[in-house]
Design a protein around this ligand. Structure first.
Ligand code: FAD
Ligand code: SF4
Length: 817
């Protein structure tokens, strides 16, 4: 029997409206409705979230299209773009548009989004002033970036910060004015807001906090921003990002119930049962919305209801926020701080690494999380909040993240995909839940990340959920899942292993040769690939390839760690943690002579001279050299320290000479270049005073000899070492150490520490290479010692003698590195 189709008219061709239509089409494929969509913008449906990436130059407008014209045609949808609906006549059940079209409806869906807020100040109409809401705004900003120099962004929330970063990426000098003392104050607590400001300040954005804008000045176009406290900021472009207001004018004029937004019930109906509303224009149970996650849920309910399924209901869930600025990792969800004394706040902070984590607990449940610098566990925290799970058993470990918390509680580390409910949201940008991904993988036989992206859109936008989607693919497709291709950087399609193999197989001896062979997009490379290629060539051709110091990060170029105030820290090597009165005298003299303000003992058993002025570095190195002290490579991707306990020499529990062995190890391994920093430790007995079980390589002496352990890490993601082998003699320890170093040097990816490397390749692989293959182990150690014969030069002595005076110069591509 032929059903007479009804007219469904959708006002608003944005994210919410089209998602509701997509959901409707999942229930019925065009049999119930003739669908007509009116969009005020002249574009097809696109991912508004990704406008920030378009502004920053990471994506093109074409790449953020969600549904192309072909999709509308294929689904029989009449799309009218650039034609805003101007009135709804509820009696006649008709909408009219700016171009004069009149369209009757049986069911109407309002999805008009929101409008940017503007402060009540003079100057808003001047050319050079815009908001950040749609493609037209981005076009205006890009035009200004091409023709002008100075931008001021008003508003230090998510949108304002992303606008500021995008404009900075486009070469403008950028100032940001924010009314409050700290940034993103509704999503971040003061500490995280300050870290964020510090990091963005270092990236060149100037901040004017506590700044109330009084006027945008200018005659022909914007010329500056005047603040109420007298501060004045010159500007050619002013971007307003102070907030949004639901777009409810049409609904109000049509007599629908409105408050802050268009009032809807749990079924997404307005006060007129034939009119639905979704997205930022709605108000549900007193709440309005500004993020996509709840909007996907609304669309799902609306699509089902429109199809005739009268069961689903919308309920707002806990939300999370993150920032789409490359290299700035921020996550927040729920409460920012304890509401009263009954709540528990637990914080973890490492200023030097720019890490901050805070969780808020109430009645044994997690109610808030603020993460800065390391956000991998954000979705896990969010799920714990949504599930209202009792986390009392994990309390002491929760702030350290999932792996640590669950390792200590006997639960599995890593996402437990089997236990994860199907409606767990995996991709926030595109609102894709676990169930949708696993269904697509199974039903369509998907085996690669790119296929999953193409079919489900999961991880196709900001990419933060890529790891989770890969995990889900491996879990669902098992052995059929193809590993994702990880490229070295955006300059190339080639991966680390591919390049390393080609360097040996094809004898490439220069960066240019590698870039030419693999068709690099940028002839000079970038700050990611240059240091990696430089390292791979150094490792492959010891004694032949000449290190390109300009392809190193700043600390390695200047052989000292730059500090937050622009001074340097200088750490001389103390073999195995041993020193002498003469060395201590020399260090004290240097500290006095150069007015070095802080002298500190480090966790790696050395002495750190902090606050050395850049100009003093060569003289400081020279004086330390005279006393026999050499660089401790505290800045290097190479061997840092070998920590030791006193062992049999002084300790009644000692089983072996741990200090002596530590000195031998350090003398053998210092000066090497490795993919990332390396730390060793030797403990004289299983009491393990030197903390050998959280080092890259740890030796624990036992009565029968030496236990060799590998892959530990004591940083924020603590990883305990894996046992490799027990040996009987010091010589064997040294051979294993050389072989381990060389295997790591030859096979790990640049910037991969031993812990993730071993997690990736598995400890059994190491055992096969190092323990079971005696010849292979010996050859690895020999190759290590050969390369060491070229590497063990004290860089301080060389620099003090005048070598590489250009050390502070860097390639333009490495600015900011
Ligand atoms: C730059 C930027 C970055 C963002 N980043 C994030 C993020 O990282 N995470 C996140 O969760 N959210 C983010 N958001 C918010 C997210 O984009 C919105 O929550 C989402 O787009 C809201 O969807 P919507 O359909 O309600 O509104 P919109 O996507 O704005 O769609 C509404 C559409 O209706 C049209 N319209 C209005 N009136 C009429 C009319 N009378 N007739 C016809 N058409 C009309 C509008 O032109 C618009 O195209 C970001 C927003 C912006 C602007
Ligand atoms: S690890 Fe053992 S040998 Fe070394 S100091 Fe501690 S107790 Fe003594």
């Amino acid at each position: 029997m032929n059903m007479i189709k009804q007219n469904l008219v959708v006002i608003g061709n944005g994210m919410a409206g089209m998602r509701a239509v997509e959901e409707l089409l999942k229930h019925e494929s065009g049999t119930r409705y003739n669908i007509t969509v009116f969009g005020a913008e002249p574009h097809v449906n696109y991912n508004r979230i990704m406008l920030s990436s378009v502004l920053a130059g990471d994506k093109t407008v074409d790449e953020i299209v969600i549904n192309s014209r072909e999709w509308y045609d294929a689904n029989g949808i009449n799309l009218f773009t650039g034609d805003a609906v101007t009135a709804i006549d509820r009696e006649a059940r008709m909408v009219t548009t700016a171009s004069g079209r009149a369209m009757p409806y049986d069911k109407l869906l309002i999805a008009t989004g929101s409008r940017p807020l503007a402060p009540p100040i003079p100057g808003l109409d001047l050319p050079g002033v815009c908001a950040f809401r749609d493609i037209a705004d981005v076009d205006k900003m890009l035009e200004a970036a091409r023709t002008h120099q100075r931008a001021v962004v008003i508003g230090g929330g998510l949108l304002g910060l992303e606008a500021a970063w995008g404009l900075k990426q486009r070469g403008m000098s950028v100032a940001l004015v924010h009314l409050m003392p700290t940034l993103m104050e509704r999503q971040l607590d003061v500490a995280a807001g300050q870290l964020l400001q510090r990091d963005l300040d270092r990236r060149g954005i100037a901040f004017f906090t506590d700044g109330q804008t009084e006027e945008i000045t200018g005659a022909e176009r914007a010329e500056g921003v005047q603040l109420a406290d007298g501060r004045y900021i010159p500007a050619d472009l002013v971007v307003l990002a102070i907030g949004i207001r639901p777009n409810i004018d049409l609904a109000r004029a049509a007599g629908l119930e409105v408050n802050r937004g268009i009032v809807v019930t749990d079924d997404m109906r307005t006060s007129d049962p034939d009119i639905f509303a979704v997205g930022e224009c709605v108000e549900h149970r007193g709440q309005v919305f500004g993020l996509v996650a709840p909007i996907w849920d609304q669309a799902k309910v609306c699509g089902a209801r429109l199809s005739g399924d009268e069961t689903p209901e919308f309920a707002a869930q806990a939300l999370s926020t993150s920032l789409k600025i490359t290299g700035v990792d921020v996550f927040s969800a729920g409460a920012l701080m304890a509401a009263d004394e009954a709540d528990d706040e637990i914080t973890l902070r490492d200023d030097a690494k720019g890490l901050y984590k805070k969780i808020v607990l109430r009645d044994g449940k997690l109610v808030g999380a603020v993460l800065y610098g390391e956000v991998a566990d954000g979705q896990w925290y969010l799920q714990l909040m949504r599930d209202q799970q009792d986390v009392s058993a994990l309390r002491e470990r929760l702030v350290f993240g999932r792996a640590f918390a669950e390792a200590g509680s006997g639960q599995t580390a890593g996402p437990d995909f089997a236990a994860m409910p199907d409606d767990t949201q995996i991709c926030g940008c595109n609102g894709v839940a676990k169930g949708a991904i696993t269904c697509a993988i199974r039903d369509k036989g998907l085996t690669s990340l790119s296929e999953v992206r193409a079919h489900t859109k999961a991880s196709a936008s900001c990419g933060q959920c890529t790891g989770l989607v890969e995990g889900l693919l491996a879990f669902t497709a098992g052995a059929d899942a193809k590993p994702a291709r990880k490229t070295i950087c955006d300059c190339t399609e080639a991966g680390h292993d591919e390049v390393r193999q080609a360097i040996i197989a094809q004898g490439f001896k220069t960066m240019d040769a590698i870039r030419a062979a693999f068709g690099w997009k940028k002839s000079e490379g970038c700050h990611k690939c240059r240091p990696a290629l430089n390292y791979y060539l150094l490792c492959a051709w010891p004694g032949e390839y000449v290190d390109d110091s300009r392809s190193r990060f700043v600390n390695e170029r200047v052989h000292a760690n730059i500090q937050r105030d622009g001074t340097y820290s200088v750490v001389p090597r103390m073999w195995g943690g041993l020193t002498t009165p003469a060395e201590l005298h020399a260090i004290a003299s240097v500290a006095e002579k150069f007015n070095i303000p802080t002298v500190k003992v480090t966790g790696g058993q050395r002495i750190d001279l902090l606050g050395v002025k850049k100009d003093d570095l060569p003289a400081v190195w020279g004086d330390l050299n005279k006393a026999g002290l050499v660089s401790g490579h505290a800045y290097a991707k190479g061997l840092r320290t070998v920590k030791t306990c006193v062992g049999t020499e002084w300790c009644r529990f000692g089983t072996q000479d741990s200090t002596g062995l530590g000195v031998k190890l350090e003398k053998m391994c210092w000066g090497s270049w490795t993919p990332h920093k390396v730390k060793f430790a030797v403990s004289g007995c299983p009491r393990n005073c030197a903390e050998a079980t959280i080092k890259d390589m740890g030796i624990v002496c036992v009565d029968a000899g030496y236990d060799i352990l590998v892959g530990g890490n004591g940083g924020i993601e603590v990883r305990v070492t894996d046992p490799l082998v027990r040996v009987a003699t010091e010589d064997e320890v040294l051979e294993y150490a050389g072989a381990f170093m060389q295997l790591y040097r030859e096979e790990a990816h640049y910037l991969e520490r031993t812990a993730p490397w071993i997690t990736r390749v598995g400890v059994d692989y190491l055992k096969a290479k190092l323990v079971e293959d005696d010849v292979g182990r010996r050859m690895l150690c020999e190759r290590f010692l050969y390369s060491q014969s070229f590497a063990q030069n004290d860089p301080w002595a060389e620099r003090a003698a005048g070598l590489d005076a250009h050390e502070f110069a860097r390639l333009p591509e490495l600015v900011g590195a």
